[in-house]
Design a binder for this molecule. Structure first.
Ligand code: CA
Length: 325
């Protein structure tokens, strides 16, 4: 009897492990393949599409309010050049850090465009200059997600990226020290909470864990072409995951010559989760000839633990079809 009970308990424990290790879908800047990136609308859609985590890129305003926006400059995703033409820096860019929140709230957010040509970066995405969108604050977005978690009965996690903390500090603003207390106030504090913090700067990742005492999950992003395999064991002392670009996982310039690298194996050996960026249906990696093909090689062959995508619905569907949801 005792043996049977032990066997049942063991299999239960195993199935729970399998459950928690299912790959996660991270909506990159929200469902940004369908709506302007980082608008609340793009986050609502990503939530409805069943993404596990919704990404926030976080930068500061002049009055130290964290807002959700990919670049430190406002040029490519808003009408700042029309509204405040005399507020650019000597390099021609308009920085969020030079505008108060009240000023930023006067801007219209738009689909990503090239400010030099005025054309959309992804021509088949949401039309430029249509409808009405704003740049949200981090708190507005957390309230939106938690509200949806309540009304939809499904918890989507958050995945904030601390943008350019070194640059922010040089400008006199300590972004991590401002963002962390907000996350804690909204209930994101431990590794059991549905939250990953991500950052491209290794020193800041270490600082977030040590000096700033963050006890939640933490991921180091690797800039394109930059591999720190030798440092994975070292990284694992402070971080829970690593986020390289897709080409670090699968090399090659066509389906015919692609090869799964040792990256995931080495990260897993160091007990790091691997969440690469960014899979886009309208800008496929060279190693794949379709979204399904890319998903197959990344999840089935390379065994990644999660994926940033502008098209979270396609990733959710593929994983469901393959029994991983
Ligand atoms: Ca990001």
């Amino acid at each position: 009897m005792k043996t049977i009970l032990t066997a049942i308990l063991c299999s239960l424990a195993l199935s729970m492990v399998a459950q928690t290790s299912k790959p996660v879908v991270i909506a990159h800047r929200g469902a940004s393949g369908y709506l302007p990136e980082h608008t609340l609308e793009a986050k609502v859609l990503a939530h409805a599409m069943g993404a596990d985590f919704l990404e926030q890129d976080v930068v500061l305003t002049k009055d130290d309010v964290p807002i959700v926006m990919h670049d430190t400059q406002l040029d490519t995703i808003s009408d700042v050049a029309q509204r405040f033409p005399d507020r650019k820096r000597a390099n021609g860019h308009y920085y969020a850090l030079d505008f108060t929140l009240a000023e930023i709230k006067q801007l219209h957010a738009n689909e990503r465009m090239n400010p030099k040509t005025g054309r959309a970066v992804f021509p088949n995405r949401f039309p430029l200059g249509r409808s009405s969108f704003q740049i949200p604050t981090l708190e507005e977005e957390l309230q939106l997600i938690q509200g949806l978690n309540k009304t939809c009965g499904r918890v989507a996690g958050i995945y904030p990226e601390i943008k350019q903390p070194g640059w922010h500090r040089k400008q006199g603003h300590d972004i991590s020290r401002i963002v962390l207390p907000i996350l804690r106030r909204y209930g994101y504090a431990t590794k059991q909470d549905p939250c990953w913090i991500q950052c491209f700067e290794p020193d800041e990742v270490k600082r977030i864990r040590t000096e700033l005492g963050w006890e939640g999950r933490l991921l180091l992003l690797l800039p394109p072409g930059w591999l720190t395999r030798a440092n994975m064991a070292e990284l694992a002392k402070v971080a829970d995951g690593i986020g390289p670009e897709l080409s670090a996982i699968v090399s090659g310039t066509s389906k015919a010559d692609r090869k799964v690298t040792d990256f995931v194996k080495e990260a897993h050996a160091a007990k790091l989760s691997v969440h690469p960026y960014t899979l886009r249906a309208d800008d496929l990696p060279k190693f794949a000839d379709s979204m399904d093909d890319a998903l197959e090689v990344l999840f089935t062959e390379a065994q990644i633990d999660g994926l940033f995508s502008d098209f979270p619905d396609m990733v959710v569907k593929w994983l469901s079809k393959h029994g991983a949801r």
